[in-house]
Design a protein around this ligand. Structure first.
Ligand code: ASP
Ligand code: MG
Length: 444
């Protein structure tokens, strides 16, 4: 069994839904198809939640009607068979009524999750009906029946696997199962979500849970590129990546993948393919546990980074000092990305500032704290990248851009530098030219 996941753009229009259908029927192996909401829909649902928070009934009504007509228009154009069209429209009306009911309740985290994951429910319902209208047999599965994920960072794959097996046993046999990305149930069985962009993660959790032969993630780009194509010209798709490389790139800003995507399949022999819905023949990127080439592979950037410098003479030769600092961050569930230390100071970065005030207040009782916002981590990734004989070239950046921190040697596969976000694009371009444009043989 394969898993195929289609992102928001891939399912974002009638024309594209036809492309997805073509991709599905071009391969006979049985598959679970994980879909996102149509592009833009989750954003609209996020605004709907805001109206719910403020109990703005007019705005709620307008917002839901907009969503209804968007999906209703899709049904009109997509479905030729009048009976099926009628049935789907009735079903859509029921779902919209349910969305009204949910949206008229008092705001809570659960209501938030119920609303923002509704786009996936709408789209999969329509897409399954579309396949039926073409007599392509398929079964629509409700992801809430098996995606029981107690902690988003650490899903219980075995449990999900058992539930999926049960759901598959109880449903009609088919070679195409359609289900929703993004949505899950949490500890108490309440509806939750896997964070924005989480449908990729749904796909790999299911893939790991059923030991799929392959997971395909279909987007609108021909795989992961060696630099950010939004800011840098002449980037190239990377043909092979290891799980570690892909995880680092996804975590450090590569927008194409949700940061947690590869974690469920690490340690399993399940390749993850990144494919382009608009160019299905292009080979894309294969992520697996095989290292095809060592050395420099790609550069990515993560914005929204806050650098914190903690300085104290008491640190001089004192043991236990770092532990004391880390404990403060730990107590506030704030993870640290980069660290550098000197004899009397430590600099570190975080991306979640929700508890920063409290953290600073505690540390300020024994150290001087300076905070700098709006930084970006630029991450240079590749198996054994620190041994790549060309890596030294990246340090030429010091001639041009003020680099705030460098992390080298923390792992063999990642070198990170911290720059002010206003210097991010020049840094990416400079590194692209130095490290990739001048074509070199990578010798490790
Ligand atoms: N629809 C959700 C989002 O826009 C999940 C996803 O597309 O992966 O974040
Ligand atoms: Mg995505």
């Amino acid at each position: 069994m394969k898993i195929l996941k289609f992102g928001g753009t891939s399912v974002g229009s009638v024309e594209n839904l036809h492309r997805v259908k073509d991709i599905l029927v071009s391969d006979q192996e049985s598959k679970i198809v994980v879909c996102s909401a149509m592009s833009g829909v989750t954003d609209q649902l996020v605004s709907l939640v805001e109206h719910v928070k403020f109990e703005d009934t007019d705005a709620i009504t307008r917002s839901i009607h907009r969503l209804e007509s968007k999906h209703s228009d899709v049904i009109d154009v997509l479905i030729q068979n009048e009976d099926i069209k009628g049935t789907l429209k009735d079903g859509l009306s029921l779902m919209i009524t349910e969305l009204f009911e949910i949206s008229n309740q008092k705001y809570s985290e659960i209501i938030n999750s119920q609303i923002i994951t509704y786009g996936e429910a709408l789209l999969t319902y329509i897409f399954s009906g579309f396949l039926n209208s073409l007599q392509i047999h398929n079964v629509l599965l409700d992801a809430k029946d098996f995606m029981h994920v107690e902690t988003v960072e650490n899903p219980n794959i075995l449990k999900v696997g058992k539930r999926i097996e049960k759901v598959l046993e109880e449903s009609t046999q088919s070679s195409i199962y359609i289900t929703q990305g993004f949505v899950c149930r949490n500890n108490n069985g309440d509806i939750g979500h896997l964070k924005r962009g989480g449908s990729d993660y749904t796909a790999t959790i299911i893939g790991a849970a059923i030991n799929a032969s392959e997971i395909q993630i279909w987007t609108d780009i021909d795989g992961l590129h060696n630099n950010d194509p939004r800011f840098v010209d002449n980037t190239q798709p990377i043909s092979h990546l290891t799980y570690n490389e892909a995880a680092e790139l996804a975590y450090f800003g590569a927008k194409i993948l949700h940061p947690q995507t590869v974690s469920p399949v690490v340690g399993k022999e399940i390749p993850v393919l990144l494919k382009n819905t608009f160019d299905p023949e292009a080979s894309g990127t294969i992520i697996s546990n095989k290292t095809y080439k060592k050395g420099l592979k790609a550069i990515s950037a993560k914005d929204g980074i806050t650098a914190i410098k903690i300085k104290s003479n008491r640190m001089l030769m004192a043991h236990g000092y770092l532990r004391r600092i880390f404990e403060v961050f730990d107590n506030y569930h704030t993870s640290i990305d980069m660290i550098t230390t000197s004899e009397i100071a430590i600099s570190l970065t975080i991306d979640n500032v929700s508890n920063l005030d409290k953290i600073i207040k505690e540390i300020e009782t024994y150290a001087e704290v300076t905070v700098e916002q709006n930084h970006s981590i630029i991450c240079i990734v590749g198996e054994s990248v620190i041994n790549d004989k060309n890596s030294y070239k990246l340090f030429e950046i010091l001639n041009y851009i003020p680099v705030r921190m460098v992390s080298y040697g923390g792992s063999n596969n990642n070198i990170s530098i911290l720059v002010d976000t206003k210097d991010k694009i020049p840094t990416l371009r400079f590194l692209n030219e130095k490290l990739f444009q001048v074509r070199h043989e990578i010798v490790v």
